[in-house]
Design a binder for this molecule. Structure first.
Ligand code: ATP
Ligand code: MG
Length: 468
């Protein structure tokens, strides 16, 4: 951080001080924040001490965390607005100034000064863009390397033909040292695929290092990727870059299209030569790193918009995996719904048994811009308010139930009709469609609809459907 950056720091007071050691363990935490009473402050202090930072703030991604980035880079970091939740799900927005504790060139820990800028609005904000608490709690083991692989191919739930082909292809190429580019819209499972590939490869016991390229400014990113030599720039210490840390393993570069063109050129050189040179160093170091890159835009579009260098693209795209958006694999919606219901039944101690017919119709017609992540959050949100029985329209977020009013099958209705009639009409339509797709095979159609064969048989009789 330069003296120019220091001028931009707008911290007229601090609400909290947190000190971590170099493993990310909290050794000191204090809050002066009037938002919390003394009991809470004391409880929080007890709960936080000796906990790993990412455990105390499970919704925080290691890539976004100023503490973790400061420990990794050994450079002071100032962040104007960090949004996160604590282990009890309380939302925060803070301004952070994080300063590394360095002795003889070694990062021993970091001190974070923070000012709480959480507004009333933020307190009720939908944090769906962040990792959900329950999802992160599973990933606590990250504390070792700041990134531990938690997914494998078995975690990918799908019955979509293209996605199954993607899984088969990913398994085939897992052991190859060539680069892979995974692309697909947000929430389609890119991270899931990337981790599964690493987990299935001969590199599985070697490091898996994930870095989001959108999270860091260019100058900081360069030293994080390639390392630095002492004195290379103000505050620079002798430090390995991610390439060296990932040696023998996999380096996952997420949102590669957000990396500056200049840095992309440097990355290409490392990929071609297989050697890295720390910033300010004269020594070349050989590295054996498998690169998996991901982006959520179409590669050709990214090239045309000059977000990704063409030469780097062809280097990364030796093998590519294109993930299908959820709206184009409607057959996955119900199995994913059931998968998440099962998961949150355990996590939240619920006995939810499914979704109502109306919700099912809405889910099938909705365009899911946030894909599987959005679906997961919708189920998680609903299960916070439903204890048992089915998830109904009233349990869905308002934006979704409002969307229902704009979706075509509702529009088709001239006037309000008894709900049962509408539901039955749509149900009949879907059954006819499933039977057609299954070539008249009732068991197969039942599988598509994810209902028992007997239930389908009963409905076929009830609606007097002709099976051909
Ligand atoms: N096929 C699937 N089966 C089970 N869970 C899935 C599937 N696809 C995605 N998920 C879940 O959805 C969430 C989002 O997935 P992931 O993080 O892999 O998406 P992404 O493509 O990397 O999104 P982004 O571009 O926003 O980073 C995760 O919690 C993941 O476990
Ligand atoms: Mg991702």
């Amino acid at each position: 951080m330069s003296t120019k950056d220091l001028k931009n720091i707008n911290m007229d007071y601090v609400d909290g001080i947190l000190i971590v050691d170099n493993t990310g363990k909290i050794v000191y935490s204090v809050r002066y924040n009037p938002r919390f009473d003394e009991n809470y402050k004391e409880k929080e202090y007890r709960d936080f001490i000796n906990k790993n930072y990412l455990e105390a703030y499970p919704a925080l991604d290691s890539e976004e965390s100023t503490i973790i980035n400061c420990l990794k880079s050994g450079i002071p970091i100032y962040k104007n607005n960090q949004a996160f939740q604590d282990y009890e799900g309380r939302p925060y927005n803070t301004q952070n100034l994080t300063i590394p504790i360095i002795r003889r060139g070694k990062v021993l820990g970091a001190i974070e000064l923070s000012k709480d800028i959480t507004s009333i609005q933020d307190l009720s904000k939908d944090y769906s863009s962040m990792k959900s608490i329950s999802e992160c709690v599973r990933g606590n083991s990250r504390k070792k390397n700041y990134s531990t692989v938690k997914y494998s191919f078995e975690d990918i739930i799908t019955r979509n033909h293209e996605m199954i082909e993607n899984i088969n292809k990913a398994k085939l190429i897992a052991d190859s040292p060539s680069s892979i580019l995974v692309y697909g819209e947000t929430g389609t499972g890119k991270e899931l695929f990337v981790q599964s590939i690493h987990n299935d490869s001969i590199r599985r016991n070697k490091p898996f290092i994930a870095q989001n390229c959108a999270a860091l400014p260019e100058n900081l990113f360069e030293s994080i990727l390639f390392g630095s030599a002492k004195g290379a720039f103000t505050g620079a210490v002798d430090k390995q870059g991610l390439f060296e840390i990932a040696d023998g393993g996999t380096l996952f570069l997420d949102e590669i299209n957000s990396m500056s063109m200049n840095l992309q050129a440097k990355l290409l050189r490392v990929l071609q030569d297989g050697v890295v040179r720390r910033i300010g160093d004269s020594k070349n170091r050989k590295v054996d790193v498998r690169i998996i890159a991901a982006m959520n835009v179409d590669p050709m579009e990214a090239i045309n918009k000059r977000c990704i260098r063409e030469d780097l693209f062809y280097r990364l795209n030796v093998m590519s995996i294109k993930l299908v958006p959820l709206r184009k694999r409607k057959e996955d919606i119900l199995i994913l719904v059931n998968h998440f219901i099962k998961k949150y039944n355990i996590l939240l101690n619920r006995q939810v048994v499914g979704i109502s017919k109306e919700v099912e119709m809405l889910f099938s017609a909705y365009h899911w811009p946030g894909n599987v992540r959005e679906l997961q959050h919708v189920i998680e949100g609903a299960m916070n308010i439903v204890k048992n029985g089915k998830i109904k329209m009233k349990h869905l977020p308002i934006y979704l139930s409002e969307t229902a009013e704009n979706i075509s099958f509702y529009d088709e209705m001239e006037e309000i009709q008894p709900l049962n009639d509408v539901v039955e009409a749509v149900e009949k339509k879907i059954i006819v469609k499933a039977l057609k797709k299954a070539g008249g095979n009732v068991s197969k159609a039942a599988k598509f609809l994810n209902i028992p064969r007997q239930t389908l048989q009963y409905k076929i009789t009830k609606y007097n459907i002709l099976v051909e």
